[in-house]
Design a protein around this ligand. Structure first.
Ligand code: SF4
Ligand code: SF4
Length: 329
């Protein structure tokens, strides 16, 4: 079979940064597929505007393991439109796809694991544009779940050996968890992960939408877990994103005070290296630059946090206004 491996390659970061799926996990999967007689390709469409995806392959360690193990690297540049979404052609050209997500927190979707990894099958900047088309979290979660229904992998293998907690997916804190999880059902996998880190499965809107679409099981009593007992893993006090508490405010109240209680990105100019990635990625052209450095036009910003996600130098933080701090400290 022609097997496509789809790791989470968010950006051109080193393996030890914990932003991308670790190359040694991908190497192990390549070996298993080849031992079973498969031909292996590895592909992804990184976040933001990457003219050179091969820079991501190189820095993330994918190029080296592909050379070592005899796998082919493929760029997700050519797309096929399915239900209005440009999906990488390689998804339809392979016999089987194995998704290899990394467990990280995410300041917009709470976590990024199995379901969200297939969002990377959307090509180019359309991923960022979806945020401007669906600024409400529920709407964006529905899009992520819809794309998962189109690019549904045959198998998901989660790299949670070193996970990311806090304000992921690129600026969080690394956490040794020592977990590898595998399932044909991404919804079941994300539901188990949510429970492990102190949430209920449907607290994660992407899981809730995917479950509602019938894409998998989120009822923990119906999920069979084999292998090591999950109670033996230390996942206590897992730090969730600081943006999470807003999700627990009743929707009616949240809507009425939405203009007052909010988070927004903030550029730290002393850390910014003027790489321009945030500016070309912003779906509403809210980021500009002048002699003093990069700045955000908050009148245009839709709060998608794509800039925070793609900044390779952790120069974009999450800023909370005074009312937000008063509500949950
Ligand atoms: S804030 Fe980050 S992404 Fe934007 S220009 Fe500076 S270093 Fe690059
Ligand atoms: S400035 Fe950042 S958060 Fe605001 S719209 Fe642009 S990418 Fe999204």
């Amino acid at each position: 079979m022609k097997v496509l491996l789809k790791p989470n390659l968010l950006s051109a970061r080193l393996p030890e940064d914990g932003v991308d799926t670790h190359p040694e996990v991908v190497r192990a999967v390549i070996r298993l597929v080849k031992a079973a007689g498969g031909e292996v390709k590895i592909g992804d469409s990184p976040g933001g505007y990457h003219k050179d995806v091969f820079e991501v392959f190189e820095k993330s360690g994918m190029k080296k393991i592909a050379e070592d193990e005899g796998a082919e690297l493929v760029r997700f540049t050519s797309s096929k439109f399915v239900e209005g979404f440009p999906i990488a052609r390689q998804i339809f050209d392979c016999d089987a796809m194995i998704s290899i997500p990394k467990l990280k927190t995410h300041i917009v979707t709470v976590i990024t694991a199995a379901i969200k990894n297939t969002y990377g099958t959307v090509t180019g900047l359309y991923k960022a544009e979806c945020h401007s088309k669906a600024p409400r979290e529920e709407d964006f979660a529905r899009i992520v779940a819809k794309i998962h229904s189109i690019s549904r992998p045959h198998l998901n293998i989660l790299d949670a050996i070193v996970a990311m907690e806090g304000d992921g997916p690129s600026s969080g804190i690394l956490r040794n968890m020592g977990i590898v999880m595998a399932s044909t059902d991404a919804v079941a996998m994300d539901s188990c992960i949510a429970k492990l880190i102190g949430l209920e499965p449907l607290d994660v809107l992407v899981t809730k939408e995917a479950y509602a679409m019938g894409l998998g099981e989120a009822d923990l009593s119906k999920i069979e877990i084999t292998g090591d007992d999950i109670k033996t893993f230390d996942v206590s006090n897992f730090k969730l994103p600081q943006t999470l508490p807003i999700k627990y405010i009743p929707r009616g109240i949240a809507n009425s005070i939405a203009s007052l209680v909010k988070f927004r990105p903030a550029i730290d100019r002393s850390v910014c290296r003027r790489c321009n990635l945030c500016k070309v990625t912003c779906p509403v052209s809210a980021i500009g630059s002048d002699d003093k450095g990069y700045y955000i036009d908050y009148a245009k910003c839709v709060g998608c946090m794509c800039c925070h996600e793609v900044c390779p130098y952790r120069a974009i933080g999450v800023k909370r206004n005074i009312l937000t701090k008063m509500v949950w400290g």
